[in-house]
Design a protein. Structure first.
Length: 123
């Protein structure tokens, strides 16, 4: 039996601002934006090439905006990914070299923390 992680809820204070950040600045695809009621709005966004999406909105998660840390995406070229983020006015760290990979770190407007990892060749 496969167990696939396909959706992670990310708490935000301003849904429109967060949607704009993730789509326009980071480059996620906007899959769904559905207002169910005055209390529930569901927005699903997916990083290009990813099988896992994020959900943000109103009434989606009962957590403090900015409280999610350690979200991680793997990229083929972390320097190119960083350059794209910087070009789109995302405050991204310099490339950091660890024994387990090359990393760039950034946060969304609420402070939810992300890492981009470029795997190092095995051997």
């Amino acid at each position: 039996m496969d167990w696939k992680l396909e959706l992670v809820a990310v708490p935000v204070s301003d849904v429109d601002r967060a949607k704009d950040f993730y789509t326009r600045q980071v480059g996620f695809n906007a899959d769904h934006d559905h207002t169910v009621s005055d209390d529930i709005r569901f927005v699903q966004l997916t990083p290009p090439g990813s099988a896992c999406s994020i959900a943000l909105g109103k009434g989606v998660i009962d957590a403090e905006p900015g409280s999610v840390k350690g979200l991680q995406m793997v990229v083929d070229d972390v320097a190119a990914a960083r350059a794209r983020l910087i070009e789109n006015e995302v405050d991204a760290s310099e490339v950091q070299d660890f024994p387990w990979g090359l990393f760039v770190f950034f946060s969304d407007p609420d402070g939810n923390g992300w890492a981009l990892q470029q795997m190092k060749p095995q051997g």
